[in-house]
Structure formats: C-alpha cells, structure tokens
Design a protein around this ligand. Structure first.
Ligand SMILES: [Zn+2]
Length: 392
C-alpha cells in the first residue's frame, strides 16, 4: 500500500468495528462527513440504522463525521426550508483555546511543505527554498485540555442545578475540547437561536453587576444591617457564584460558614465582609462559564459523532460519563483508534522538541521516530510526519 494511504487504511479498519454513539432518532438527523482526501463536505446524508451508516462510511472513508443537532422530517433534503425542521438539541462547546488558563499556551508552528524548514510566524515564503506552501501544526499542552474538562464540570453543574436538565451526553472532542448535548423534546427543542444565545449569556454571567453581591451596610427600619453575600443554598447564578467564593475563602473558616449559610449573624458578617468582598470579582470571573456562543446558537449545528475519529488529531471523540469526567485524561487506551501499537514515522518537517500529552517528540526532516500511536497519529494527521510501519 502506498504510504499516503496508510492513514486511510487505519481509519477504514477502525470503522469496520467502531462503536459509534448514535441518537435513537438517528433517522431524523442529517449526517455529514468530510472524506479523507477532500477539503469539501458531503452533507444531507440520511441513514435509518447504524449498519446503513457503517456501510456508507466504509466506502466513503471520513476524516470528520457528524450528525445534526436538529431533527428534520426529511433529513436528506438539501433545501433547508423544505427539510422540515422539527427542533434541535441544546449543544455546548468548550474549547481549550478560549479559556483564560490556556490563552498563551496554544502553539502554532508553521513549516515549509516543500523542504520542511520551520518558518517564522510572518514568513510568506520559505527563506530556504522559496516555496510558499505551508504546513501548520497547532497544539495545546495537556493542561489546556484539562482546563477545558474542568470548565465542562462547571457547565454540567449549571446545566443540572440551574437549567434543570439531567439527561445529556458529554464527549471529549478528540482534539482540545469537550461537547455537551442535551436532547430536547417538545417546546424546548423549538427554542430559537436568539433564545439559545440568551442561555449562553446567562452562563457567561454577561452584564452582571458585582456590587449587588457585596456585603454592605444598610439601614432597615432604623436598624443597621449587613447584606448577605451569595450563599451556596441560593438558587441560580447566586448559588454558582457562592460555590466559587467558597473555593476562594477555603482557609477562612468563618467566611465558609457565612457562604454555606450556617450563620447570618451581624458580627460574623462584619468580620468577613472585607475578605469576601475582596475576592468577589475573581469568584464571578471563575463562575462564568466559557462556552462558544456560535455553537449553541446554531440550530442546524453538526455535532461530531462520539466514537468517530477527529481528523484534526487522529484521536477519537469519546463519550465521558459525568461521574468519570473529573478523572478524564487523554490516554492511548481511551482515544487512540489503534491502542497499544508502536508506530514508526518519518518526519516531513524539522520539528523542534514539543510535548504531545506526555510524549516528547522532535527531530530533523527525514528522521525516523518510534512513537506511541497517540503521538504518531497526531503528527501524521497534522501532515508533519508520515507513518512507515505499525507494530501491534
Ligand atoms: Zn522550504
């Protein structure tokens, strides 16, 4: 087999036995894919069963595979009007590179596609060979992925306690983010994009006035009183801010008691007022949940299918159960389509030493490296290495 087809054959072999997590009403969903060697998408596909879908993808090997968050009367119809929209799930996307904790950590390297030279950010042409063909390698350290996981923990808590939804699917995207999909029925499913945007705005705590949560002195019926800070037993946003506050004042026993609502005594409030007020802005910032507004607003959004390969990384998009989310890690046995394989790759670029999850990789163009499948697939799907041998 020609080396350029190694990736296609890995993907094909994987889909022969892949366990794709599909919604029960899959026959009402539009499916879409990007084929392995194409830059355009094939949309408006419809399948009645998982085996029908499998047969299709075995002859049209996908780099990316999606179903719609929407249900349609006629999902294969290409005219969005005539498709007959029946409602959409509520979808959230948390991407590591939108998070404050990850802002300066995302890395983008540019290489010359012809000679493999590492380029500077602003190079339009390769200084070595003059070519203007570029290969890009973007990645984030694992801490960023785990920051996105922690953000998802916050989202799950808000979805359950504030929005009142208890049935949902969480998935690792296979690259650097997490998805949450709430299957909606009835009137909820018919929410407009604008209504969904308001949910995002609520989760992000947009336009919130921090002063309303401060402990301040007021006079009520001639008596001096102190207003209460957010407390964990408060519903909605106040409860969420209180949970953040609690983490920030953890070492202050009295402040914890106040925020847990165990005391509302004037003297206790007076003693903790300054320290609670001082961390309030930080608590609000931490309580805001950074979800991608565009994704949630879009009622005809395509959702990456859990169990499918993410063509940006070669890793699997995987469902994560809520009680395992906190412990989730990007590990070979969880996200590799060929777990346990030792993979030999040849570098197509001169790669500075970088760390892919826990593995240091790097070398000159033409160097052969023996890597775990996790690192090898990542480099190969990014186009900076070619797989030459797989030992299982
Ligand atoms: Zn060059």
């Amino acid at each position: 087999m020609a080396p350029k087809d190694v990736l296609t054959s890995i993907v094909l072999e994987y889909y022969k036995r892949a366990n794709l997590e599909l919604p029960e009403d899959m026959y009402l969903r539009e499916f879409a894919l990007q084929p392995m060697h194409s830059s355009s998408y094939v949309r408006h596909l419809a399948f009645r069963s998982a085996s029908e879908l499998r047969n299709y993808i075995l002859s049209n090997v996908p780099r990316h595979l999606y179903f719609s968050s929407a249900r349609y009367r006629d999902p294969s119809c290409s005219d969005m009007q005539a498709k007959g929209w029946l409602g959409s799930d509520l979808v959230f996307d948390i991407d590591a590179d939108h998070l404050q904790a990850c802002m300066d950590k995302a890395v983008e390297l540019k290489f010359c596609a012809s000679c493999g030279e590492l380029l500077n950010e602003n190079d339009k042409k390769c200084p070595r060979c003059g070519s203007s063909n570029v290969v890009e390698l973007d990645y984030v350290p694992k801490e960023c992925i785990y920051a996105a996981r922690d953000e998802m923990m916050k989202l799950v808590e808000a979805v359950e306690q504030e929005l009142g939804y208890t049935t949902y699917t969480i998935a690792f995207s296979g690259n650097r983010g997490f998805h949450l999909r709430i299957q909606l029925d009835g009137a909820d499913a018919l929410m407009s994009g604008e209504m969904r945007r308001e949910i995002v705005s609520y989760l992000k705590l947009e336009g919130i006035d921090p002063t309303q949560f401060m402990i301040v002195e007021k006079r009520r019926r001639g008596k001096r009183i102190l207003t209460l800070p957010p407390r964990t037993k408060d519903p909605g946003v106040k409860g969420r801010i209180a949970r953040s506050l609690l983490r920030m004042v953890a070492s202050d026993e009295l402040a914890c008691k106040v925020i847990r609502g165990e005391t509302a005594d004037y003297r206790a409030l007076a003693r903790v007022a300054n320290s609670v007020n001082a961390v309030l802005m930080d608590a609000i910032r931490e309580a805001a949940i950074v979800v991608d507004e565009k994704v949630t607003m879009d009622i005809s959004r395509l959702v990456r299918i859990p169990g499918s390969i993410n063509g940006k990384s070669g890793w699997l998009c995987r469902c994560v159960s809520v009680n395992k989310l906190q412990q989730f890690e990007v590990a070979e046995d969880v996200v590799s389509p060929i777990p346990g394989a030792v993979v030999e790759v040849r570098l197509l670029v001169s790669l500075p030493r970088i760390r892919i999850i826990d593995e240091e990789v790097g070398g000159k163009r033409g160097d052969k490296l023996r890597l775990t499948s996790l690192a090898a697939l990542f480099l190969a799907f990014k186009g900076v290495a070619r797989i030459v041998a797989i030992r299982r």
